[in-house]
Design a protein around this ligand. Structure first.
Ligand SMILES: Cc1ncc(COP(=O)(O)O)c(C=O)c1O
Length: 424
C-alpha cells in the first residue's frame, strides 16, 4: 500500500496553475476541491454527446438516462447503499435538505421534538429550525465539549425523549474538523424511534462512507467537496423515502428516486459524479489494499476499491494534519480550534482552523492570498460552532484545509510565511 502523491497530483490540471509566476497552494478545499481531468472530460463528454432531456425514445435521450443511472450506481458504491434507486440528485446539499425537510415535516405534529447539533454547518441546522418554527416543534440542542471538540453522547441520551422524531448531525465538522461518531448517534436515534439525518459533506471527502453500517435514514453530501462537479447527493433509506410525500409537480415521476428530483437535473454534473467515484476506485486499485475484490455478494469491485482508496488517502491526510497542527502550535499566539493530540488524528479530518491572539482571521487570509496561498476565514457557515467557541463576533477562524493532493512541502511554505504575517 503506497501512496504516490506525484501520480495523483498529475491528474489535476489546476494544481499546475500559477498566477503572475507564483504557484497556487490550495488549502481552501473544505469549501470546494479541484477536479481531476477525467471528471472534467466526463462533464464535457456529456454535454457534447448526450445532451438531451431524459425519458425520450431517441438515442441522445436514452444516453442521458444511462448517464444518470451510471451515476446512481456509482454513488451507491461510494456510499455502500443497498440500492441505486435510493440515490437522489439535486443542486447541492443545502437545496436537497431544504426540500426534503418539507416532506419529512409532514410526518411531524406540534410538540414533537427534533435534535440538532452545535457542531453542524448551518445547512443541517437552519432548514430544521425553520421547519420547527412552521410546525411548532421543539428544538433540543446537542452541544460539544469546548476543550475536546467532541460530543459527549451521554448528553444525547438526556435529550432524547419519547417525543423525539429526528436527530440531525454532521459526519465531520467543517470548522473544527472533528469526526463525529454518527454510527452511535444514529443507533440511539433509531432505538428511540426517531429518524436520523447525517450531513456527510465534510466526512465524505476523507473517510469511506458506509450508510448501511452507519444505520442512518438519510445521508447527504456534495461531490464538489470530493473532487467532483457541483452536485448534491442524498441517500435515503428506501422504506422511509417511500413513506414521504414528495414536494413535486404532477407530471414528475411518482416513484423514488425521481420523485424527489425537482425539475430537470444537471446531467453534465451527474456525469462527472461517476468519473469522480471512478477516480477514487482507480487509486484504490493501483495504490490501495483491495481486500475482497468484490467477492462478497453485497459488494462490488468498485466499492471495494473506493474503500481501499479512502483508507490509503486518510492515512496520508493524517500525516498532513499532524504536521500542520504541530507547525501551527509552534507559532506564538496561535490556538488550534480543534483536536490536536498527535495520536488523535484519526478522530479528525485534516481541516484545521486556528485563531491568533492579535491577528484578525480575514486579514490573515487576505495576506496569504497575496502569497497565492488559498485559505478561508470567518465562521464558514458553521454558525453554531463559531458561537459555541465564542468566535462568532471576533471574525471566526482561519481555516486551512489540506486534502490528499496537498503536500508536506506546501504546508511548510505556509508555516514559513505565517509567523511574519501574524507578527509572531
Ligand atoms: C458540513 C457542510 N454541510 C453542508 C454544506 C453545504 O453544502 P452545499 O454547498 O452543497 O449546499 C457545507 C458547505 O460548505 C458543509 O461544509
Amino acid at each position: 500500500m503506497t501512496y504516490d502523491l506525484e501520480a495523483v497530483r498529475a491528474q489535476f490540471p489546476a494544481l499546475a496553475l500559477s498566477d503572475n509566476g507564483t504557484r497556487r497552494i490550495y488549502f481552501d478545499n473544505p469549501a470546494g476541491t479541484q477536479v481531476p481531468k477525467v471528471v472534467a472530460d466526463a462533464v464535457s463528454n456529456c454535454l457534447l454527446t448526450t445532451n438531451a432531456n431524459g425519458g425520450g425514445y431517441f438515442a441522445s435521450s436514452r444516453a442521458a438516462d444511462a448517464v444518470v443511472q451510471s451515476a446512481r450506481d456509482a454513488m451507491a458504491d461510494f456510499l455502500n447503499a443497498p440500492s441505486s434507486d435510493e440515490i437522489v440528485f439535486g443542486q447541492n446539499m443545502t437545496t436537497i435538505t431544504l426540500h426534503l425537510s418539507r416532506s419529512l415535516g409532514r410526518l411531524f405534529k406540534p410538540g414533537d421534538e427534533i435534535i440538532l447539533s452545535r457542531m453542524d454547518h448551518d445547512a443541517n441546522v437552519w432548514p430544521w429550525v425553520m421547519l420547527a418554527r412552521d410546525l411548532q416543534l421543539e428544538v433540543r440542542w446537542l452541544s460539544f465539549n469546548r476543550e475536546t471538540f467532541e460530543f459527549d453522547l451521554d448528553d444525547l441520551d438526556k435529550l432524547i425523549t419519547e417525543k423525539t422524531k429526528l436527530v440531525c448531525v454532521g459526519g465531520a465538522s467543517n470548522l473544527t474538523g472533528t469526526i463525529n461518531d454518527v454510527r452511535a448517534i444514529c443507533r440511539k436515534a433509531r432505538a428511540a424511534g426517531a429518524f436520523s439525518f447525517v450531513d456527510g459533506v465534510q466526512s465524505a471527502p476523507h473517510i469511506a462512507t458506509d450508510v448501511s453500517d452507519i444505520g442512518c435514514d438519510f445521508f447527504v453530501c456534495s461531490s464538489y467537496k470530493f473532487f467532483g462537479p457541483h452536485q448534491g447527493i442524498l441517500w435515503g433509506r428506501r422504506e422511509v423515502l417511500e413513506r414521504l410525500e414528495p414536494y413535486k409537480v404532477r407530471p414528475a415521476p411518482s416513484s423514488i428516486p425521481g420523485c424527489f428530483e425537482t425539475g430537470t437535473q444537471s446531467h453534465e454534473g451527474i456525469a462527472g459524479i461517476t468519473a469522480t467515484v471512478d477516480y477514487f476506485a482507480a487509486i484504490g486499485a493501483s495504490m490501495g489494499e483491495v481486500l475482497c475484490r468484490g467477492e462478497s455478494a453485497d459488494e462490488t469491485v468498485r466499492r471495494d476499491q473506493v474503500r481501499a482508496a479512502m483508507k490509503l488517502l486518510f492515512a496520508y491526510e493524517e500525516q498532513l494534519a499532524r504536521h500542520l497542527i504541530e507547525g501551527l502550535q509552534s507559532i506564538d499566539g496561535v490556538t488550534v480550534q480543534g483536536i490536536t493530540a498527535p495520536d488523535a488524528m484519526n478522530r479528525r479530518v485534516p481541516t484545521v482552523s486556528f485563531t491568533h491572539v492579535n491577528a484578525k482571521p480575514a486579514a490573515v487570509a487576505e495576506r496569504l492570498a497575496r502569497e497565492n496561498i488559498f485559505v478561508w476565514s470567518g465562521h464558514n457557515y458553521a454558525v453554531e460552532v463559531a458561537q459555541s467557541l465564542g468566535l462568532f463576533d471576533s471574525g471566526g477562524v482561519v481555516r486551512v484545509g489540506p486534502v490528499h493532493y496537498n503536500s508536506i512541502t506546501e504546508i511548510d511554505e505556509l508555516l514559513a510565511i505565517l509567523p511574519g504575517i501574524l507578527g509572531a
